[in-house]
Ligand binder design. Structure first.
Ligand code: GDP
Ligand code: MG
Length: 203
């Protein structure tokens, strides 16, 4: 299969410190694993605030978009955000995320398969656990909300990070893994997902 085949798409997933502390590593890995996505890299360690910053600043529009979302969440509560523009808001969220993600061990993983980014985002659910869909990791397994996180001036605790696009994933993977840490191997059940001819099943 060629290198650009859709079955080779990759997504970076981090199990944040709340996921590790809540003993949800197995539950979270299971939800991605049972889709047929293939685990191609995994590590467990405490990241530095600098590494976390590098990860979030990969996309130069991220500060503005996350800051805009934060200002909106204050507005919805009828409150004024402690910052006036989206970039400032993004920097505020980034500082909180640096503190949160470096507070304890995390798991970094790379999942590969058709539409890996979209499949992983669907299973992960929306950013805020209060409003993320039932059936998703963030919707089923935790309970944080914008009002609580903002009142306590901390990042939303939503168990996982998942890449937003294949381009973002490629850059994020380079932050967390060396090229030789991505394991190239065949998972036998991939045949039923991707083989065109499906020969070799019947005796
Ligand atoms: P994601 O892609 O769904 O993780 O969301 P973003 O990339 O927009 O934000 C990154 C992370 O920052 C989220 O997962 C949250 O942990 C945190 N975060 C995002 N928006 C807010 C916010 O408005 N308030 C607070 N307190 N944290 C936020
Ligand atoms: Mg994001």
């Amino acid at each position: 299969m060629n290198k650009n085949h859709k079955s080779k798409e990759k997504s970076l997933v981090l199990i944040k410190p709340d996921g590790v502390q809540r003993s949800l590593i197995g539950e979270i890995v299971k939800r991605y694993e049972r889709t047929g996505l293939k685990l191609v890299a995994l590590k467990f360690f405490i990241p530095t605030p600098k590494l976390v910053e590098k990860h979030y600043l990969i996309d130069d529009r991220w500060l503005e978009s996350v800051g805009g979302k934060t200002i909106e969440s204050y507005k919805e509560k009828g409150q004024k955000a402690p910052f006036s523009n989206p970039i400032q808001g993004g920097k505020w969220v980034l500082e909180k995320l640096k503190k949160f993600l470096s507070s304890g061990p995390i798991i970094a993983m790379v999942w590969q398969g058709n539409e890996a980014v979209g499949i992983v985002r669907k299973i992960t659910g929306g950013t805020e656990p209060l409003s993320s869909d039932v059936g998703t990791i963030r919707g089923d397994l935790t309970l944080d909300s914008y009002p609580l996180a903002d009142t306590d001036a901390r990042a939303i605790r939503n168990l996982v990070h998942a890449s937003g696009s294949p381009q973002e994933a490629a850059k994020e993977i380079r932050v967390w893994f060396k090229p030789n840490e991505i394991v190239k191997y065949r998972l036998i059940p991939e045949a039923i997902l991707y083989d065109v001819n499906l020969d070799g099943i019947k005796e």
